[in-house]
Write a protein that binds this ligand. Structure first.
Ligand code: NAD
Length: 494
């Protein structure tokens, strides 16, 4: 028996409307959301919509995350969010709603397809067709920052094995399901050997399980440069949070307009779909914004909800609209465009073309979009040994030699001073006298016998002696080996 279409299944009551929450957002948000929902309705999407209050007005009402408390109940119940852009108020005391939603709901994968629609939207790279899969919860976005001394502030970069495994596995599964051929990982593991090194080694382990897909890794700086100059070399790119944030904006920009690119934020239980652009206050309320980014995000949402036929209908009608040269102001070029339309006019043009297929642009199929749930493998715990401690010290008065003398006075039987670095550069012993230094010193203590282990009590004794000597220690990091392998950098700076 031939599978019934989604429409036929809706008609005979076989498809329950999918419950979702809708957040129109700020600035151009309500306009592009209105346009998007009108197209979804006309295309026969089966949705049960519940609006929630998020954004500027909620911030101003005193909720520092920009989300009304009762909205959490609706999100917990419905699990899928279609969201417009939010204006984040300037100044301290407020948190980014996007970061809050991503982290609270465990939306670990941010998927951003960037495609060229040349010659209808002329771009420098007509063969651009790349999907950026950005890790969404970790890295420098953990938001753990401290001011430690007069001169130094710190932001912790956290990369975890399960977090890396989830995003990398997701990228491979996505590629397989979307019939993509190659995954490239961008990292900076020549410098950040432990953090980015972990991400890359997880990538290589997972890649070995997908022999049908090509996999390679690049250093992020040259990777980004190549992507900007020759995007046709890439297919799916997977990367940690910060690099992903930057690369996906570059890829979206070279695809023609920031108003075009959709994104899906996917987690184990929840998912959120939104355009990548912001609330564009400069054009809000003028009926000129391009609703395509949000519309194509909603298309991804429909595919995720199992309404792939409707997703296809809308995406294909959208491409016909683009091919017909019916363009919003951001895309309109004399010569290639036929008609300049506003937000509403564009939505009407897409609705008029529902059921049509593009002539030259690739016809889209969403048959296999639904992602499996991804659980990282639990590994046996490593044999861990404490072999020393890095004590970070605030001292704006001493040079490296003077500081070393004071620290040596506080040495214990178990822990001896072996090295001092400043901003990661070794300044004692045998420092280079002209090395610039700040008031922030990393002082490494280890046992005299190489490789011997120490106890927590040994570290506490050292710290209390440092305290007695008036040394202002500001934090410690334990030096551990895991199954005999050092879990710390050597500290020479690169
Ligand atoms: P923006 O993306 O809002 O605007 C950048 C430029 O692109 C502007 O010239 C704007 O007119 C144009 N533009 C954006 N979307 C467009 C569209 N759909 N059609 C046509 N032109 C479009 O970035 P911004 O100005 O840096 O940020 C404005 C506000 O949005 C800020 O408060 C920022 O915090 C917020 N923001 C929110 C999100 C989000 O909610 N996901 C993302 C980025 C920025």
């Amino acid at each position: 028996m031939v599978d019934a279409t989604f429409e036929e299944r809706v008609m005979r009551g076989a498809v329950e409307p999918a419950p979702i929450v809708v957040a129109p957002g700020d600035g151009i948000g309500p306009e592009i959301m209105g346009a998007t929902l009108s197209i979804l309705e006309a295309a026969g999407a089966s949705l049960d919509l519940k609006p929630i209050r998020v954004g500027e007005a909620v911030y101003h009402a005193g909720h520092s995350s920009g989300i009304a408390p009762e909205a959490w109940d609706d999100i917990r119940e419905r699990k899928i969010i279609l969201k417009g852009p939010i204006t984040t108020p300037q100044g301290g005391g407020v948190k980014s709603l996007n970061v809050t939603l991503r982290k609270t709901l465990g939306l670990f994968a941010n998927v951003r397809p960037c495609i060229a629609y040349d010659p209808y939207i002329p771009v420098r790279h007509p063969h651009l067709d790349v999907v950026i899969v950005r890790e969404n919860e970790e890295d420098l976005y953990a938001g753990i920052e401290h001011r430690q001394t007069d001169e130094v502030v710190q932001c912790l970069k956290l990369i975890t094995r399960p977090g890396s495994e989830k995003i990398v596995r997701f990228a491979f599964e996505y590629a397989r399901r979307r019939n993509r051929k190659k995954i490239t990982c961008f990292v900076k593991d020549n410098i950040m050997k432990l953090t980015d090194g972990l991400f890359r080694s997880v990538f290589e382990e997972v890649a070995a399980e997908y022999p049908d897909l090509k996999a390679d890794s690049m250093i992020v700086d040259i990777g980004m440069a190549r992507l900007a100059n020759a995007p046709e070399l890439f297919d799916v790119v997977v990367l940690p949070n910060l690099y992903g944030d930057i690369v996906s904006d570059i890829a979206a920009e070279i695809s023609g307009s920031v108003g075009l690119a959709p994104s899906a934020n996917i987690g184990g239980k929840y998912a959120m779909f939104e355009a990548i652009h912001g609330s564009a206050p400069d054009i809000a309320g003028q009926d000129v914004a391009n609703p395509s980014g949000l519309l194509l995000s909603a298309v991804k949402m429909l595919a995720h909800l199992g309404q792939g036929d409707v997703a296809e209908r809308i995406h294909n009608a959208w491409m016909v609209t683009i091919e017909d040269g019916v363009h919003t102001a951001d895309l309109h070029r004399s010569g290639t465009s036929q008609r300049k339309v506003g937000t509403r006019g564009f939505a009407e043009a897409v609705v008029e073309r529902l059921g049509e297929k593009p002539t030259h642009l690739r016809v889209i199929s969403y048959a296999s979009e639904t992602m499996p749930s991804i659980e990282p493998a639990r590994r046996p715990r490593a044999e861990k040994a404490l072999v020393g401690v890095d004590v970070f010290v605030h001292d704006g008065d001493s040079d490296a030699e003077e500081l070393a003398g004071q620290l040596q006075e506080a040495e214990t039987e178990a822990l001896r001073l072996v090295m001092i670095t400043n901003r990661g550069v070794k300044v004692w012993p045998d420092g280079f006298p002209d090395t610039f230094h700040t008031d922030h010193w990393r002082c490494r203590f280890q046992p005299e016998a190489s490789g011997a282990s120490v106890s927590h009590a040994d570290v506490v004794t050292l710290l209390s002696r440092l305290g007695e000597k008036g040394i202002d220690f500001i934090k410690t990091e334990h030096l551990c080996t895991f199954d005999g392998q050092p879990g710390f950098s050597l500290g020479q700076g690169q």
